[in-house]
Every structure is written in structure tokens, then in C-alpha cells.
Design a protein around this ligand. Structure first.
Ligand SMILES: Cc1cc2nc3c(=O)[nH]c(=O)nc-3n(C[C@H](O)[C@H](O)[C@H](O)COP(=O)(O)OP(=O)(O)OC[C@H]3O[C@@H](n4cnc5c(N)ncnc54)[C@H](O)[C@@H]3O)c2cc1C
Length: 469
């Protein structure tokens, strides 16, 4: 199909995406004197992808400041990253990310972003993570205002649907707005369009039919077409399609965009049954912030991709209140019926658990000595008989946060081609290249760190590419 050409002057830098990575890139490129066009698929009111849902960013720093409660040296950040990724990271790019993270506080401040002390119940991140005053949405508004002031052209409701790339050289993109297509050439291209987490067909390809029951915690707009186009054009791939961040969330969350409020923190205080009323993992293995990210996968492996947390009156006030009320009943059998499980099977699982609980001193702030004995799987801590009505149940589903399959980049955020050559004028930042740093696992707040560090690099490299012409 012949597509009409973009009617204004050719931008130096074309950026696909409207979240943190795209905005950091746009601001840096514009400050370097480049003419920037940013295309955001979402309407203005939903601009900003998954960044809208964020609250904080992990940053290395040598000393406490007015908000961060203590130092977080690069070396400690490095140890944390190696632990969660089990070493599956590009060490050069990971080091670069952590070192440059120490500049982000000041960089974002200079773009109008403000910070606040960490909130209670936020996974104890007050020392390591900078919380955005007003959350991710307010942070984004500041970045958009700055970008607009710098003359960045922003087009909403505009989807990048095709790319012309030959031997690693970007020529033009095809954009779609209101059913109309146009070609837009540019000196260079930055992909900051997120992962493929909102593309159910692609998730099914990776996970099988189980993915139909996944809930997407963030934007419905990150469907991964740009990623697919880049891989098809010969850009090298990083990470595999099943890697990503997934947590167990309230099964009543909306299919997309439920955000952080649908997280449930009650698992360590009860037991979790699958649809056959069987336990399948140690609910008390460790503190919830250290374990919540594995429960998305655990639930994904259960029949119908469902788990049911059952707790009793003793525990209902021990965790952050849920956004939806739990199912409540005075007897276990009644509760089981309400959540659609076989009452006798649930009773048997609860009885087996209650009998296995050993006497101990319950303390949810430490790894206490309340454990089960002779039970498979065991419950290692916080194991107390579920015997005090009323009883409560929450249904869990896997909630996908974002995927790691992406494009390979170098220290300048330049894409690398599968033939081993660097691309000429193709750059990437954010989720679409996060797999370079995150081969697996996750460290709270590092998604935004990666986006900002590589957004800045991509913006600077793209502007530099133009000035070399
Ligand atoms: C509920 C939730 C809470 C989170 N909390 C945190 C947190 O506190 N800290 C943290 O570090 N991380 C957090 N994350 C992860 C974080 O959101 C991401 O790592 C980060 O926002 C990624 O930024 P990005 O710019 O790469 O992608 P996004 O912010 O998702 O932006 C991608 C953009 O690309 C656009 N787009 C997609 N396809 C196209 C196309 N074809 N054409 C044009 N535009 C397109 C989308 O509309 C969107 O604007 C959270 C995620 C979720 C879902």
C-alpha cells in the first residue's frame, strides 16, 4: 500500500512510546538541539504506559538525604541485582545502569520531578528507592511539560505500525492515526514502546493456553508490535519470552490496568489452595516482599491458573487492606462453597495443616518459629491453625507486570543486529531492552532505573548521530 508522507519537516529523532523511557530520551535529545517527534499510541488521558502505575525508582547513592534514609552504594545494588537475576545479566550494561542511576535523582529533579518519603507498607524501600511525589502520573506530567517546553512534537492516538529498516539503517516508520496511515522518515529512531505484556496472543505463544487467564497489571497498549518489527528486521534478541515480572494479584482485578491496588499481601498468614483444594507451595518461606514475585508463576502453574488464600480472624488485620472485600463465612465448609471448592476437600486440607502446626511464638515481623511438621509442602514460618471464625478467602490470579524479551543494545543504547554488527541509527530504552539487564528475576524499582538510564543514553546518542550528518 502507498502511504502519504509526513507533512511537516523531517524530524531528527522519531520516538515510539510515551512512558518514562521515551520522555527521558525526548528531553535529552531536545536539549541537545534535535527536533524530536514522539508518538504515543494511547489517547492523551491514558498517556504514559506502565509508567503511570509506578511509585518509585531504585537509585544508587552514597549518603542519606532529606528523603532517602541511608546510603545505597553501587556495590550493594550490584549484589542485589546478581542475587535476583542469578547472574543472568549483561554485566557491562548492568554496571553502567547502576553507576548512572546515581545521576537520576538530580536529572529528574531538573525536569520538574519531585520526591516524597516512602509510604508505609511499601516493601521497606525507604533507603534504596526514590518515591515520586504524587506517583508515576505526576512524575510523567512533569516530564511531558518539560518536553513540550523544549519543543518536542507529541502525537497521541498514533500507533507505529511498520518500520523500513535496511541493513541496520532506519529509513522511515509508518504511523497510523484515526485509520489513516503515513510514512515518517527521520535521521534516527528510538524504540521506547514497552514489552509485549498486553498482547494475549503472544503470551499464549510463550506460555500456552494458561495465559488466557493472566491479568495484565498495566497498560493495554504495550502489545509489542514494534519489538516484533525490530526482531523481524534482524535486530538481535535478548531474554526469552517467558521471562518477565509476574505477581499473584486479586483474581477480581480488571483484565488490564488494575495497577498496584490489586496486590494482596495476606499469603504468609494463611494457606493457599488450588482448585483441587490442595496446597502447592510453602506460604511462609520468607517475608512477602521477598516472595511475592514468585507467586505469579506458581499460580500460573495451577489448574485454571487460580489459587485461593484462606485465613482466619486472627490474621485479617496483619496486612495492607485489600481493595476488594474478601469472601467471608463462619465455617470452612460455607467458605469453600462460596468460592466454588469441594467443602470436604477444603476441610481435609485445613485439618491436615492445623494438625501439622507446631507450637511456637508467632511474630510476623521476624522469621518466627511457628512452622509445620510432617506436612508437604511445609509452611516454614507464621504457621498457625486456621480455627477462629470468621474465615476469609481471596482468589489469586497471575498478574503480568512486564515482559523481558527485547532487543539487544550497547552502552550507547544502540541496537545490535543479529549478525553481530551495531545498527546505524536505531536505539532502544525501557522495557523493550530491559532484558539486557534482567535475564530473570526483579528488584523493586529497577524498571524505572533502566528506562531513565537508557532513555538518557538513547536521546544523547540519537542527537549525536544527527549532528554527525
Ligand atoms: C502496576 C505496576 C506498577 C509498577 N511499579 C513500578 C515502580 O514503582 N517502580 C518501577 O521501577 N517499575 C514499576 N513498574 C514497571 C514500570 O512501569 C516499567 O518498568 C516502566 O514504566 C517502563 O517504562 P517504559 O517507558 O519502557 O514503558 P511504558 O511506560 O509502558 O511506556 C510504553 C509506551 O509505549 C506506547 N506504545 C506501545 N506500543 C506503541 C506503538 N506501536 N506505537 C506508539 N506507541 C506505542 C505505550 O502506549 C506507552 O506509552 C510497574 C509496573 C506496573 C504495571
Amino acid at each position: 500500500m502507498r502511504v502519504p508522507a509526513f507533512d511537516s519537516s523531517i524530524p531528527d529523532v522519531l520516538i515510539a512510546g510515551g512512558g518514562n523511557a521515551a520522555l527521558c530520551a525526548a528531553i535529552v535529545a531536545a536539549r541537545a538541539g534535535a527536533q524530536v517527534l514522539l508518538v504515543e499510541r494511547a489517547p492523551k488521558s491514558y498517556r504514559g504506559g506502565n509508567t503511570r502505575h509506578t511509585r518509585n525508582m531504585r537509585v544508587a547513592h552514597d549518603a542519606a538525604n532529606e528523603i532517602l534514609t541511608g546510603p545505597y552504594p553501587v556495590a550493594e545494588f550490584w549484589d542485589d541485582l546478581l542475587r535476583v537475576t542469578k547472574g543472568r545479566t549483561n554485566e557491562e550494561l548492568a554496571q553502567l545502569t547502576l553507576e548512572q542511576s546515581s545521576e537520576l535523582w538530580d536529572f529528574l529533579w531538573a525536569q520538574g520531578v519531585r520526591y516524597q518519603p516512602s509510604l508505609g507498607g511499601t516493601l521497606s524501600l525507604g533507603r534504596t528507592n526514590a518515591f515520586f511525589l504524587g506517583g508515576g502520573r505526576t512524575m510523567l506530567n512533569a516530564l511531558y511539560h518539560t518536553a513540550e517546553d523544549l519543543g518536542v512534537a507529541i502525537r497521541y492516538d498514533t500507533t507505529l505500525v511498520d518500520l523500513a529498516i535496511h541493513d541496520g539503517h532506519f529509513e522511515h516508520a509508518v504511523l497510523e492515526h484515526d485509520g489513516q496511515r503515513e510514512t515518517v522518515p527521520a535521521q534516527s529512531f528510538i524504540a521506547a514502546s514497552g514489552g509485549f505484556e498486553a498482547n494475549l496472543e503472544w503470551l499464549i505463544e510463550a506460555w500456552g493456553p494458561a495465559a488466557r487467564n493472566f491479568i495484565i497489571r498495566g497498560t493495554p497498549y504495550n502489545r509489542g508490535e514494534v519489538l516484533r518489527l525490530l526482531l523481524d528486521a534482524g535486530v538481535a534478541q535478548v531474554a526469552d519470552a517467558k521471562q518477565g515480572h509476574a505477581v499473584a494479584i486479586d483474581g477480581r482485578a480488571p483484565k488490564f490496568d488494575g495497577g498496584i491496588v490489586t496486590r494482596l499481601d495476606c499469603v504468609p498468614f494463611g494457606i493457599v489452595l488450588n482448585n483441587h483444594a490442595e496446597r502447592f507451595y510453602d506460604e511462609g518461606e520468607d517475608f512477602w516482599p521477598k516472595r511475592y514475585a514468585i507467586w505469579g508463576r506458581l499460580v500460573a502453574d495451577q489448574p485454571d491458573q487460580v489459587g485461593h488464600v484462606i485465613i482466619d480472624e486472627k490474621s485479617i488485620r496483619l496486612f495492607m487492606p485489600s481493595v476488594f472485600d474478601p469472601v467471608t463465612a463462619d465455617t470452612i465448609e460455607e467458605l469453600a462453597t462460596q468460592i466454588g471448592l469441594d467443602p470436604e476437600a477444603v476441610r481435609a486440607s485445613i485439618d491436615a495443616f492445623n494438625t501439622a502446626c507446631q507450637p511456637g511464638h508467632f511474630d510476623h515481623t521476624t522469621h518466627d518459629d511457628c512452622a509445620t511438621e510432617g506436612l508437604t509442602p511445609p509452611k516454614s514460618h507464621w504457621a498457625r491453625p486456621i480455627d477462629t471464625p470468621p474465615f476469609y478467602a481471596y482468589t489469586l490470579r497471575p498478574g503480568i507486570t512486564f515482559t523481558y524479551l527485547g532487543v539487544q543494545v550497547d552502552r550507547q543504547a544502540r541496537m545490535q543486529m543479529a549478525n553481530g554488527q551495531p545498527a546505524d541509527n536505531l536505539y532502544a530504552a525501557g522495557e523493550i531492552m530491559a532484558g539486557n539487564v534482567l535475564g530473570e528475576g526483579y528488584l523493586a524499582g529497577i524498571g524505572m532505573t533502566i528506562g531513565s538510564v537508557f532513555g538518557r543514553l538513547a536521546g544523547a546518542s540519537a542527537a549525536e548521530h544527527r549532528s554527525q550528518r
